[in-house]
Design a protein. Structure first.
Length: 351
């Protein structure tokens, strides 16, 4: 067939017009797991699953064993369903040739599904992986399941609450996404909890504040707001919380740096006469559009020059974290002070 989208995969599940082979990858873990589960549900009879369903982890299984099982006839009709996770084709030219040969004449009774969960599948930067993708595309379907847009996530949250006999406004759904992040699995867990807390009523902003778990990005937004207010106490309170919940120092710094990069991009877009959300045309903010809105609010406090100085400070801290044995907490605390001082200078300039 070809590379297909989520809508075509839904159509196949509805009509039963399946491909014999699937390559499934992308950024959205929840969607990958969901659709693999649906494919299995539609093609494996539970009574004969022990005979007709074969699951492998690519890091431990050999391709020869996988393809040997894929050649088998299914028990009592139906399909022989072969599911393989994170197979490292980039490490073996022989395996790449073998899968391409198999896909050129795949048995009619076999459904072969390769999917990538913790490992990435970067066919854009690997000619070997690109050839594997082309082979799956010619023999069956390639499905890329990336992050959904913010609007799609809002619809999902609103619909999820409705199915659980609760109500959330689109505005509060957006707020929940900004608090808990754009990962669908996390969002649905939060929806379950919030709907139970609402007791069949409305999921309000206050309820979200009381019950929803903040993602790292939301905590970093709180940290950035404190820095840009010049509020030392609040900034160090957030940093202490991040250390208390054992967030990785490199991840903390990366998230802080990302917030400053967002502000710099939005500031430059404004200077160029473009809207803040035009930044999304040039960089991937799909499902994370709220970051640009946050950056628009925060970037008004700093000039382009001070944002550049702040990014220099963050780059030096990143080098220190990754290349020295210095205390990581101390590096972050010193970085925080430097960022606060830059903010204070900006405040003095306005007086």
């Amino acid at each position: 067939m070809a590379k297909i989208g989520e809508s075509e995969l839904k159509r196949q599940l509805k009509t039963g017009d399946f491909s014999k082979a699937y390559l499934i990858y992308g950024e959205e873990s929840y969607l990958k797991e969901y659709y693999i589960g649906r494919l299995k549900e539609k093609n494996v009879n539970p009574d004969f699953a022990d005979f007709n369903f074969h699951s492998y982890t690519g890091k431990t299984a050999s391709l020869s064993d996988i393809l040997s099982d894929a050649e088998m006839l299914p028990m009592m009709g139906g399909r022989n369903f072969i599911l393989v996770c994170d197979y490292p084709f980039e490490k073996s030219a022989a395996d790449t040739d073998a899968i391409k040969e198999f896909l050129s004449d795949i048995p009619e009774t076999t459904m072969l599904v390769f999917w990538y969960d913790t490992a990435s599948f970067d066919s854009k930067n690997s000619s070997r992986l690109k050839s594997v993708e082309n082979a799956f595309s010619n023999a069956g379907s390639v499905v890329v399941l990336d992050r959904r847009s913010e609007d799609d996530l809002v619809k999902m949250v609103v619909s999820g609450c409705k199915k659980r006999n609760a109500y959330i406004s689109p505005e509060n759904a957006k707020y929940l996404i900004s608090v808990s992040g754009s990962d669908i699995k996390t969002l649905m867990n939060e929806v379950d909890k919030l709907c139970a807390g609402a007791g069949g009523g409305e999921v309000t902003k206050n309820l979200i504040n009381d019950l929803a778990v903040k993602c790292l990005q939301a905590r970093i937004f709180d940290l950035s707001k404190a820095i840009l207010r010049g509020d030392y106490e609040a900034a160090f309170d957030v940093l202490n919380t991040l250390f208390a919940i054992k967030e990785d120092p490199v991840s903390i710094l990366s998230a802080v740096s990302g917030g400053y990069v967002d502000m710099y991009r939005v500031k430059c877009a404004k200077i160029a006469g473009e809207r803040f959300d035009d930044v999304g045309k040039y960089y991937n903010y799909k499902g994370r559009e709220f970051l640009l809105k946050n950056a628009l609010s925060n970037s008004s406090r700093l000039s382009v020059g001070r944002l550049r100085r702040s990014l220099d400070v963050l780059m030096l801290a990143d080098n220190s974290l990754k290349s020295t044995s210095a205390d990581k907490r101390l590096i972050l605390e010193e970085t925080l002070v430097k960022l606060l001082l830059i903010t204070k200078e900006a405040a003095y300039d306005k007086d």
